[in-house]
Design a protein around this ligand. Sequence first.
Ligand code: ZN
Length: 285
Amino acid sequence: MRIFDPHIHMTSRTTDDYEAMYAAGVRALVEPAFWLGQPRTSVGSFTDYFDGLVGWEPFRAGQFGIRHHCTIALNPKEAGDPRCRGVLDVLPRYLAKDGVVAVGEIGYDAMTPEEDSAFAAQLRLAVEHDLPVLVHTPHRDKALGTRRSLEMVAESGIPPGRVVIDHLNEVTVGLVRDSGCWMGFSIYPDTKMDEERMVRLLGEYGTDRMLVNSAADWGRSDPLKTASTGAAMLAAGFTEDDVDKVLWRNPVAFYGQSGRLDLGGIDIAEPTATYAGNSVLRGER
Ligand SMILES: [Zn+2]
């Protein structure tokens, strides 16, 4: 099974996770820029984080044989903080970089007017930079948040085929399917969506425009949920080709619209390799 995880926050994960992901078949991933749990208080905290997403983290992933790409944005959770609004001004220089394959995660958290304006501004940036978009849907009021997100996407003029609406469930999947946008699902240990429900949705809605991710981050989450969903698909009678489509070809097709995916094989470097003078080793062997 070859796996492309289209949404996983590796900055929060360990080298054990990278090793387990590689063993399970993960060969490529996208790490969206998001909230760190601790609110940031200045634009500089964001630019250091973004530099890590295009620099150190791809280096670290490469040490474990995995191609790392990212999406860059001001996330909805911090879009309402006036100290963070200046992030919108630095985004264009990141959206021009190799390895940045979409604008995201953007969207709604509490659906405030500040979130509206950051969402609209970043959809404009996606159009200007000819990049796909990753839209996060809120954990509360998900149906309303999804509907408003789809309206925002429609108003922006961006083609729906260049947008994924993420963290969907049984209530919101139909709305997104009818919009022409891609449908994203985050498989979690005990919330949002699990493997069995995901398999039922794939049975009901088919495999076109469907993206499955682990969304693993600093919270309770599991970076192998993509692989366990593939196993659940096979157990339910889906073919190997169906699994390959959902877990590899679909994310490649979606993020490939950026023209920036790099899926060449990686020669796993010696662990002594360095990035800006630093390696993943801790002291001498
Ligand atoms: Zn996320």
